[in-house]
Every structure is written in structure tokens, then in C-alpha cells.
Design a protein around this ligand. Sequence first.
Ligand code: M6R
Length: 608
Amino acid sequence: MCGIVGILGQGPVAGQIVDSLKRLEYRGYDSAGVATLEGGLLTRRRAQGKLKNLAARLAEEPLAGSIGIGHTRWATHGKPTEVNAHPHASDGVAVVHNGIIENFRELRAELIARGVAFTTETDTEVVAHLVGEQLQYGKTPKEAVAAMLPRLRGAFALAFLFEGEEDLLIGARQGAPLAVGYGEGEMYLGSDALALAPFTNLITYLEDGDWVALTRESAEFYDAQNRLANRARVRTEASAFLVDRGNHRHFMSKEIHEQPEVVGRTIAHYLDMSAGRVSLPFELPVDPAALDRVTIVACGTAYLAGLCAKYWIERFARLPVEIDVASEFRYRETPMRPNGLTIVISQSGETADTLASMRYAKGEGQKTLAVVNVTTSTIARECDVVAPTLAGPEIGVASTKAFTCQLAALAAVAIALGRARGALTAEVEARLVSELIAIPGLMAEAIKGEAAVAQIAHQLSRSSDVLYLGRGVSYPMALEGALKLKEISYIHAEGYPAGELKHGPIALIDEKMPVIVLSPSDQWLEKTVSNVQEVAARGGRIILIGDARAAAEADVHLEKFIQMPDMAADFAPLVYAVPIQMLAYHTAVAMGKDVDQPRNLAKSVTVE
Ligand code: M6R
């Protein structure tokens, strides 16, 4: 994950910036850079590889200047070269950037048509040119940034430094975190509080859509409509702990909000963004064309990520998928063919049943691919190929960001299998890839609905039973919604395939039980809508999570409607995960439960 640092200091800042970037090294990166103002002029030093290379460059050619920005880059668009390293500069502005500018291709084409020459392969460079243009038109730096921001789509954080502006840094946040730190006559910007811990523990976190203009003595916050905004200062514990909760009350809340960023990062890890195709960061351990099936094994939420992947692999790769929970699979003595593919999924990489299942599959001669978040774990060490999720440490016992990152990695694997088996045309792959690239922005959009979801959760907290329904790939999401809710609120919840309603659970429907229906505009919409009508006909309390079309087609009284952004439905689970996580979270908070450490549960289940 990229890291951002900005300092308005009293003395030379380049060294301080590098020191503070070191605190972000745990996020992973492959190049780094710093820009400062020397005599009002922008100067930059960048280096491929680790920060020690940048420090060596700075030792050879030091940078003076008491204002600057720095960055550790984790390559998404373009190779990890010095040229592609941030900061990027154009016409009096330098910028560093975390996340993905989704519409960079069209912006790049538009700029090229206006005669702009690009020097890098990055998406970030479009930002530098767009702001540079505005400066050329005579706008002030603040006006230039305000005019440029609405042009960008995606989930990102940005920091800007301007030629001739010795007392101004501008930061902006949309879907990726950014914090302001307050010092004595100094001011800081950082992509997390940890970067700023050596300087200050007084922090303001930008809210989504915010941008901020910093001088050494002031911080002016603006919201997405460019209105001045009040944002609270909080004391952070970042200096004492490697991970802190930021301005969130619980780790689970922080982890829900981190998803646009970490999912964006995971997606980028599996795609060649510029070419618009999947590019797995490893060799598959089998010949996909020779496979007659794939086996998936996992536990809990990781199992449900696998169940979503079953839909994707069967559809995109025309390959049957057998899936089971690891505690069953390990003792089933299922016959397996040598050189087949078993995918295990685990956040911790230490789950005893998943590990035992993987060992069983290996014993049967299967090749194993492990989707894991902790890449130093036992499962990661023992599998044939690691497919990492780049969620960062997940502290809340209820899995959120690890789940959506698992979905992201599995979606890419499904597409890669489809291509390798000749089941997907290049055209369809390109469409699916652009749908994946749009996901972080859509997740950020879904997070904006939190206040409304919290209100619904307040009512949900008075229920004793909840039924979740979904069809197709929304069925595993119904299971996940129910699992999340029961884990942290202790409300009894069940997930069902909507089509199974008539085969039993419809008997439960009464005016007391909330029925939460997941209904993206997918190929199952019409059928899901029929099930909604069946619930309505029996006086059921319907909470619909869907887009405007789903609500219109349902055409019944909805007790509540959680409106989701319009989107292509292939990867809807990644976006629909957000409201179901927020529903569970706010229900548990309303009930005063221990959200991060629910009773009886452990983060890593290393026993049977
Ligand atoms: O570390 P793992 O992904 O292997 O853990 C599997 C399950 O224990 C885990 O997903 C559990 O269901 C979570 N608490 C769900 O939120």
C-alpha cells in the first residue's frame, strides 16, 4: 500500500520525510520519492526500491527546503521504476497519490489531445497535469485543486506542493485515508497516524470527499462541495501501537472504512491496469486447460468468499467447483485426482481445519493455492502458491476487509482461469477488469450510506431473529450477512437462498421478523423480486439492499431501503459487503456489545 507524508517545517524536511516514510514500510512498497521547495522552486529525488536507496540519493544530492511531500509507491499503473516513482510534477505543482484514479485513461487521452506530453505510465500523472493546467489558466493553488478534484473517479488520497508557495500544502481524500497532524509552528500530512507519530499525536482525519489547505499555523478543511468544514482534532495512540483505531470507535469500523483502499490495492496486485487485463503475480501451479474441477476449502467468512468464487469460476472458466467447510472436508476422505487444484482461503493462514484440509489435498497429490492475508503464516509457507490479500492487519474478530480482499483476489483468479481455458474472450476479460477497477470507488460510495444504515441497525437491534435472502452470488452474501450479524450482536440470524424460501423458511415470516433481501440488478433480479413479493404478501418486514431499479421492480411496501450505487452486477458482493457489515456493526454498537472481541470468538482458530 502506498504511503504519503507531507511536512511544513521550520528547518530542512527531506530527512524527516524519509524517516516518517520508514514508519509506513510495513504497508509494502517498491519505490520512493521526496519533493521540496528550494528557493521557491520544486526539486525532487526519487529512487527505485527501498527507502535506503532514496536516502543514498539524498546523501549524494541533498534537498534543502522546509516544506515537502514524500511517498512510498506500491506499483499499480506502470513498473516500479524511478520514473514512475512519486512525486509527479507538472507546471508548478508536485503530487503524491495513494489509491487508483479509475478514469485515468480517459483523462490521459483528453490531456494528450490538448497537447500534454506524458513522461510516466502512472495514473497519478494525470492529476499533476490537470492541476498544472488550472494554474496555467491563472487559478490559485486552492482553486486549481478544487476545480480538478471533481474530475477524478476512484478511491484515492493526494498531497500537493506548489512552486513559489513556501507556506502551503494541500491534501485530499476520497476513499483512502489521510490525516493532518498539528505541531508547534509546523503542520503535517500523513496517510496514517503512524507516519506522524514522531511529530505529533494531535490529529484530524479527513472525511471522505474532504480536502485541506495547510499552512504552518492553520488547517482549512473543505467538504466535497467546497464548503468550509469543521473537523475534530483527536489524540492518537499511534506512537504506542503499531496499529491504532484512528478516529474510529472500534477496529471493525476502521477496517470497514479501509476497504476501498485495501481492496483497490489487492485488485491492482492482480491486474495489469494499463493493459486492462488480469496479470496474476504468480504462476498457476497447474495447467488450467487440463483441470476437470477445482476444490475450495475454508472456514467461516473465508468459506463464504470461496462460495462467491464458485459462482465466478464456474461462470467465467466453465470449470466445476467443489467447495466445503474445512472441518467437514478434512474428514470426508474425498478422493482427489493428482495434479488437480485445491484453493484454500484463510485470513490468518493458521486456521487448524483449513491447514489440515490443505495437507490432506497435498497428500492426495493436489496442487494448492492459498489465498491468505498473513503471508508469513503456516498455510502460506506450506502451500504451493500464495495468492496474497493486501488487507493489512485485521484486528476486529469479525472479518471485513480481509473478506473483500479475498473476493478481489478470487475474482482475478477466476478471470485468469477463464482466459487460460479459452472460456473468456479478451473483450469480456477487458469488461470484467474495468468492472473490478470500479469497485473501490463503488465501495466508497456505499460507505457514504452509513448514517442511514445505522438508523436501520437501531431498529434491528430490537429483533430476536433476522432472515437474510439472496440469489446467485448474493446467496453467499446472505450467509455472510447473517454470520456477521450473529457474531457480534448475538441476534439469531439465518441466510437462505431466496429460491428456498418456499421450501421452509417462509413459515417464519410474520410482522416481527426483519427479512433483509440482497438484490443487485443481476440476472436473478426478477426472481428475487418475486420472493420479495411473497414475503410482503405475508406481512413480512422487508429491508431491501439494492439499487433503484430493484426497489422499483419490487413494487411492494419496503420497511427500509438501503440504496446501493448502480453498478455492473458481476462483482456486486464486494460492494454489497459494505452495508451488511455496517448493519452488523451498528446493531452491535446499539446493543452495547463488545464489537471487536465478541464473546467466545477468537481471531485465529488454531484448534479444531
Ligand atoms: O483466519 P481465517 O480466515 O482462516 O478464519 C476463518 C474463520 O474463523 C473466520 O472467517 C471467522 O468466521 C470470522 N470471525 C468471521 O467474521
